[in-house]
Design a protein around this ligand. Structure first.
Ligand code: NAD
Length: 391
C-alpha cells in the first residue's frame, strides 16, 4: 500500500505529516511512503533524508494524490479552511485520508469531503484510552503549543522569569497563571517552572488539581463547582453563562496579580468560554502578557484577536493561531509517530480493517462511501443515526 504525503498547503504551515524516521517502520509493515518533493523541507527534513530511508519522492502534489492508496496530511480540507478546498478534486472514491479534518466544524465542508467518496479518518476523534495514547495527535500538538506559548510569552515580557540574587540586588520571579490545565496547560506549567517562574493554574475539572501540583504549580481553588465538569472522554464540558460570569469574577484578583496568563480553556465543538474580560485586562500591570491558546476557537480573553498580537491597556495579548507549526521539527516527528501507530493498527495484511472490531478505527472513521458515518459527528450535526452497518 502506498502512503502519500503531500506538502502542507495552509499558509505558513511548516509541519509535515510523516518524517524520515518512521519510513523504515512503515516499510517493515508493508507500506511504501511517497512524499511530494519539498514536503518536509520547512520542518527540517530534506527530500534526500526521506529517500535515504526508502521513501519515493514524487515531483508534484497531483502525482501524490493520484498514486496514494492512503493520503496523510496535517491540515486536511476541513481544518485547512483557506486552501484545503483545492485538494477536493484530487481525492477519489475509496482512497483513505487521515489528518486533522475539524469534525465538529462546518457541516457543509464535511458533506463536501464525504461526497468525494473517500474513507476519511479524523485524528481529532481519537478516543482517550490507554491503547490510543500513542496515536493521540491532539495531545502531541497540545504539548508543543503549551511549551511554545510560554517561550513566546517569556520573550515578550519585559521581565525575566526566574528569581535572581545578584550583586545588583534581587530580582523577583515572574508570576504565571495558566487557565485550563489539560495537555497544553500542563506543558505550559512545566515549561514556566523550568524557566524559574512561580506558577499557578486553574481548571474547572477537579481532577486537574493533583496534576498541577505534581508539576510544582499552585492550584487556584475557586469556590464554585462545575456541573459534570468532565465528560466520559475526559474533556471539559460547556457550562451556562452564569457559571462563566462567576468564574470571571473569581479569577479577577489572580489575573490581576499575574505577569503572564496562558489560557487554554476549550470545550470540543463549542466557542471557547470568555474567562478574561476587558476590565480584567485593565487590572493587569502594564507590560503583562496574555497568550490565548484558545484564540482559534473564539478566545478566552475578550480582547483577543485570532491570528494577531495586540496591545491593550499596556497588556500584550497574543492570539497566534497554528502555534504548533512554529516548532515544525518536533511537532512533525510527534505527529508522524502518532500516525504510524494509527496506520499499523488500521491496516493488516494490506487491507484496512473493519471498524467493527476496533474502537479506535470506529471512533476516528469520519466519512465513507459518500456519507458522514461517524455517530458522534452525526449527532453533533443533528443528522439521523447512521445505518447499523456503518456504526
Ligand atoms: P482540552 O484541550 O479539551 O481543554 C483544555 C482544558 O480546559 C481542559 O482541562 C478543560 O477542563 C479546561 N476548561 C474548559 N473549560 C473551562 C473553564 N470554563 N474553566 C476552566 N477550565 C476549563 O483538554 P485536553 O488537553 O484535551 O485534556 C483534557 C483531559 O484529558 C486531561 O485530563 C488530559 O490529561 C486527558 N487526556 C487523556 C488522554 C488519554 O487518556 N489517552 C489523552 C489526552 C488527554
Amino acid at each position: 500500500m502506498l502512503i502519500g504525503v503531500p506538502k502542507e498547503s495552509y499558509p505558513g504551515e511548516r509541519r509535515v505529516a510523516l518524517v524520515p524516521l518512521v519510513v523504515p517502520n512503515l516499510g517493515k509493515a508493508g507500506f511504501t511512503v511517497a512524499i511530494e518533493s519539498g514536503a518536509g523541507t520547512e520542518a527540517g527534513y530534506p527530500d534526500a533524508l526521506y529517500a535515504e530511508k526508502g521513501a519515493k519522492v514524487l515531483p508534484d502534489r497531483k502525482a501524490v494524490f493520484a498514486q496514494a492508496d492512503i493520503v496523510v496530511q496535517v491540515l486536511c480540507y476541513g481544518s485547512n479552511d483557506l486552501t484545503g478546498k483545492a485538494d477536493v478534486p484530487l481525492l477519489r472514491r475509496g482512497q483513505v485520508l487521515i489528518g486533522f479534518l475539524r469534525p465538529l466544524g462546518s457541516a457543509d465542508v464535511l458533506q463536501e469531503i464525504a461526497r468525494t467518496g473517500i474513507t476519511s479518518f479524523s485524528v481529532e476523534l481519537m478516543p482517550r484510552t490507554t491503547r490510543a495514547q500513542s496515536m493521540d495527535a491532539l495531545s502531541s500538538m497540545g504539548t508543543i503549543c503549551g511549551y511554545k506559548a510560554v517561550l513566546i510569552a517569556a520573550d515578550t515580557l519585559p521581565r525575566i522569569f526566574p528569581m535572581l540574587t545578584t550583586a545588583a540586588g534581587t530580582v523577583t520571579p515572574a508570576r504565571i497563571l495558566v487557565i485550563g490545565a489539560g495537555v497544553a496547560g500542563l506543558q505550559a506549567i512545566a515549561t514556566a517552572r523550568r524557566l524559574g517562574a512561580v506558577v499557578s493554574a486553574y481548571d474547572m475539572r477537579p481532577a486537574a488539581k493533583e496534576q498541577v501540583q505534581s508539576l510544582g504549580g499552585r492550584f487556584v481553588e475557586l469556590p464554585i463547582e462545575a456541573k459534570d465538569a468532565q465528560d466520559a472522554r475526559g474533556y471539559g464540558t460547556a457550562q451556562d453563562e452564569s457559571f462563566y460570569a462567576r468564574q470571571r469574577e473569581l479569577l479577577t484578583r489572580v489575573v490581576g496579580e499575574s505577569d503572564v496568563v496562558v489560557t487554554t480553556a476549550v470545550v470540543p465543538g463549542k466557542k471557547a468560554p470568555t474567562l478574561i474580560t476587558k476590565a480584567m485586562v485593565q487590572g493587569m500591570a502594564p507590560g503583562s502578557v496574555i497568550f490565548d491558546l484558545a484564540a482559534e476557537r473564539g478566545g478566552n480573553c475578550e480582547l483577543t484577536r485570532a491570528g494577531e498580537t495586540v496591545v491593550e491597556y499596556g497588556v500584550t495579548i497574543i492570539g497566534r493561531i497554528n502555534v504548533a507549526s512554529a516548532v515544525p521539527y518536533h511537532a512533525s516527528q510527534m505527529y508522524a509517530r502518532n500516525l504510524t501507530a494509527f496506520l499499523l493498527n488500521l491496516v493488516k495484511d494490506g487491507k484496512v480493517r473493519s471498524e467493527k472490531d476496533d474502537d479506535i478505527i470506529r471512533d476516528t472513521l469520519l466519512t465513507r462511501d459518500g456519507e458522514i458515518v461517524n455517530a458522534r459527528v452525526r449527532e453533533f450535526l443533528n443528522l439521523p443515526a447512521p445505518a447499523a452497518s456503518s456504526r
